[in-house]
Design a binder for this molecule. Structure first.
Ligand SMILES: C[S@@+](CC[C@H](N)C(=O)[O-])C[C@H]1O[C@@H](n2cnc3c(N)ncnc32)[C@H](O)[C@@H]1O
Length: 217
């Protein structure tokens, strides 16, 4: 298990020494590399509310949620190593024990999970891949929602927000068979913070599109 994480650390020669030390400090405690996880039983508590944020970026939202909802468990999935390392340092600073970070691709994670164990999945401002020739790289489509649905508990919800109008068109197609609301206030204490990308969209005057659904039909 240790070997996998080491090779991931050394694979990026520009990863700061500080980040490498952070990964070593938290590996297999608060931080996991998806490739190494054989099963998820020890990570998720069946009797707790389990919340996944895919692509948590700088960690601002997931940290805020974990601090304000100490009785719930938060799982952050990212492929951006600096974001993971800086979020781990914030977890230590705030002495949090209800947040776990996973390095890996969202599709691989959902494939591996195979269990309806999540209460909420948040995806805030997924990479937009603005060029038409790259649209196929976009994370969210009908197949992805089907995968997500299989990992959600009964009445579990997925929450997606984008500021890209043509990504919104893809989302509208993907959600076509599901009932959707845009009302963030229904999320209560789980209402997301304004993230870096939400603030950027506001500065540049882009409209925001929100999808909240339990993926039941
Ligand atoms: C545009 S940023 C948004 C970050 C953050 N949610 C925010 O609103 O500030 C998209 C994030 O998703 C991550 N990401 C992209 N594809 C991913 C994937 N397949 N699995 C996990 N994370 C992914 C990227 O590394 C990046 O940090």
């Amino acid at each position: 298990m240790k070997r996998e994480v080491k090779s991931f650390i050394h694979a990026r020669s520009r990863t700061a020494k500080k980040d490498s030390e952070t990964f070593k400090e938290f590996e297999n405690k608060l931080f996991f590399s998806l490739k190494e996880i054989k099963n998820f039983d020890h990570l998720f508590s069946l009797n707790k509310t389990n919340i996944l944020e895919i692509g948590f970026g700088d960690g601002k939202n997931i940290l805020h949620q974990a601090i304000n909802n100490p009785e719930k468990n938060f799982y952050g999935l990212e492929v951006y190593q600096n974001g993971i390392a800086s979020t781990l340092r914030q977890i230590k600073l705030h002495n949090l024990n209800n947040i776990f970070l996973i390095y890996g691709d969202a599709r691989d994670f959902l494939n591996k999970l195979k269990k309806p164990i999540l209460d909420y999945i948040f995806i805030l401002f997924p990479d937009p891949w603005p060029k038409k020739k790259h649209w196929k790289r976009r994370l969210i489509n009908k197949d992805f929602l089907f995968q997500a649905k299989n990992s959600l508990k009964n009445k579990g919800q997925i929450i997606i927000r984008t500021d890209w109008e043509d990504y919104d068109k893809d989302l509208a197609k993907a959600f076509k068979t599901y009932e959707v609301t845009q009302n963030y206030n229904l999320l209560g204490s789980l209402k997301p913070l304004k993230t870096k990308y939400e603030n950027k969209a506001a500065q540049e005057g882009r409209e925001l599109f929100t999808y909240i659904s339990d993926l039941e039909n």
